[in-house]
Write a new protein. Sequence first.
Length: 350
Amino acid sequence: MKIPAALFAFCLSIVCCLIVGCGNTPPRQATAAAPQPLIPQRADPWVYRHDNGQYFFIATSPSFDQIEMRQANSLQGLADAEPQVVWRIHATGEMGANIWAPELHRIDGIWYIYFAAGEAEQPWLIRMYVLANTSANPPDGEWQELGRIKTQRDSFSLDATHFAHRNKRYLIWAQKDPEEKFNSALYIAEMKSPTELHEHEVMLTRPELPWEIIGYKVNEGAAVLIRNDKIFVTYSASATDHNYAMGLLWADVGADLLDPASWHKSAQPVFFTQEALQRFGPGHNSFTLADDGKTDVMIYHARDYRDLKGTPLTDPNRHTYVRRLLWDKDGMPNFGQDLSDAETWQPLVE
């Protein structure tokens, strides 16, 4: 994709600022490397940065009836990249309604999309499904339907995310336990294959804290980042209005990830509504790297107003935003709750 010279120079100046500390450059010039919002009306955003530096963007479409993908050679370039529909909803049966939260993963040289969907005749019969593509470039080639990911409970399930650690592959997802009164909790299991789980499934977190049960009792939308000898898992909680907020789990890299005792949980949300910044209900994030291949970046959705225009599902204005992920001296992530997205890109003052 051809990037305008002015835009290229702007992005290059920001990368230089991050490397050399900006020298005598006025601080306000070191603003976000992407416009805000990056992409309007796209919720549950997922950005995958390939080894060749290409970026791929995939998210929930407000029509809930297709999966589209954008490709660019820079993070900023995704804003202007042409969306390409790679899969469409079924007219009947499974995968026929509520196409939600697709994620793109590359496993052993094959591209996979994990997503949630209902049935055409029963839209709220939400389950997790998988597509695969052997093409070198995921927008190309044919996406084959590999069916449903089956769990130990045949119940409402969504938001599957995959990660690899120490020669094992894991899946984290959100699911309703029919015997419990909450809407969804987060579970983890080791994977036999990209489409099949081992039988041992463990609950990582349930909605139990006051900020996790506003409107609905929800833990969902996990994203994994391995840094500083820890495995961090962000997740989202409460109803998908201005009460939506993000929490944090973490475990040591050497811990047994299938042992609930290995995991710690933040008592308070780590990223939430900040009215002064016109950020309402942020959540369902993903992590990637900036164009320099080193700087951690968080992609998330939020609305820029409090009062919904309709219901959480019919209001289409959950936009995709991007910010730099900061780190504290103790190795824990700092989400910059009181900073605008632009301010997270400014040189840090000790």
